[in-house]
Design a protein around this ligand. Structure first.
Ligand code: AHG
Ligand code: MN
Ligand code: MN
Length: 333
């Protein structure tokens, strides 16, 4: 039973029993993410007042300029997870390689690895537009007590035990799933507490919003071009509305509430699209499916892709079921 006065802390404990290995370890991990998200929220809110906007002068492994807040958010999440001895490994957009966590208390004795996009939508930081955090959690596949290996991170998305995102928007929300539906919690900034504000979130089966960076139109595959033209056609329920923030988390969050489809397709310039499979597409796909939506690379289910590299990219189509199916129809034609 969901109760709108319930705090995230209470919800995590109440729902611990849902989970097959209910030892409390995953709950402690979620608590640590909840705290780190509050700290990042505090930093994001100060941007503009203190010198934390703009680029830091370095690039990540993908050749993208790192923003100061990318690095700050990354440090906050990593420290908060490492200091609590609750994960055995972390992979992040901002780190070339995964991190092996060997805690003082129990060397490699924990079961979970976390993959994160600590700050999603970095290009929006300097202009006071919503940004986010995305996280994905797996049980390790190598033996407990040994250092984690790449194998622990390169699991298909269908093996995720939990995933979520935080949107630092007009209000800050944490939305997550452990495979039993999707729930959204809004941060009351005065109290520093998240309350269950959006129980059992679902994508409407269809919608009238399409979200794509149309500046890349000429480089898109013909199927995607045809779908965009379909969205713009004058028909009973069309043309659809175009909405694109440029922060994946915010675009997905809006479409989940209102009904819509998000597309970051392949293009002649980037054959695998832009978004990263492990810490952007898989967690968002897990949430989408748990919320009655779909996520594909245009045709195939995202969660069934067997990853081959930590920072691998994949074309991404995600949102209301009927709209994602329509995109696949155009792609197959
Ligand atoms: P990040 O800031 O973590 O690198 O992610 C940016 C991603 C995603 O949030 C967004 O939807 C997309 O890049 C926007 O890309 P374009 O500017 O190419 O549209
Ligand atoms: Mn991102
Ligand atoms: Mn990022």
């Amino acid at each position: 039973m969901s109760n709108k006065n319930q705090t995230l802390g209470e919800f995590i404990i109440d729902n611990q029993a849902h989970f097959p290995y209910a030892t409390g370890e995953l709950s402690r991990l979620m608590n640590s993410i909840r705290l780190a998200a509050k700290m990042v929220n505090h930093e994001v809110n100060k941007a503009g007042l203190v010198d934390i906007t703009g680029a830091i002068g370095s690039t990540n492994i993908q050749g993208e300029d790192q923003q100061k807040l990318d690095v700050i958010a990354n440090d906050i999440f990593i420290k908060s997870l490492v200091n609590r001895d609750i994960v055995c490994g972390i992979a992040s957009e901002e780190n070339d390689d995964f991190i092996q966590v060997s805690g003082a208390k129990n060397d490699n004795n924990t079961n979970y690895v976390v993959l994160i996009d600590p700050l999603d939508g970095s290009s929006n930081i300097d202009v006071n537009v919503s940004v986010g955090t995305i996280f994905s959690i797996y049980r390790r596949v190598t033996a407990v007590g040994t250092p984690v290996t790449e194998e622990d991170f390169l699991q298909p998305g269908n093996q995720q035990v939990a995933a979520g995102y935080v949107v630092y928007g007009t209000s800050t929300m944490l939305v997550y799933t452990t495979g039993h539906g999707v729930n959204g919690f809004t941060l009351n900034p005065a109290l520093g507490t998240y309350y269950l504000s959006h129980p059992n979130m679902k994508f409407p089966e269809s919608g009238n919003i399409y979200s794509v960076n149309e500046g890349n139109y000429v480089h898109f595959p013909q199927g995607i071009k045809n779908y965009i033209k379909y969205c713009q056609e004058e028909k009973e329920d069309r043309p659809y509305t175009s909405r694109y923030i440029g922060s994946l988390v915010s675009d997905i969050h809006r479409n989940m509430i209102k009904g819509g489809v998000y597309l970051y397709p392949s293009s002649s310039k980037s054959p695998n699209g832009k978004l990263r499979l492990l810490y952007e597409c898989n967690p968002i796909a897990f949430i989408a499916e748990q919320a009655n939506g779909l996520a594909t690379d245009g045709i195939q289910r995202i969660l069934d892709i067997k990853p081959t590299a930590l920072h691998q990219r994949v074309p991404f189509v995600c949102g209301s079921k009927k709209m994602v199916e329509k995109v696949a129809f155009f792609m197959q034609e």
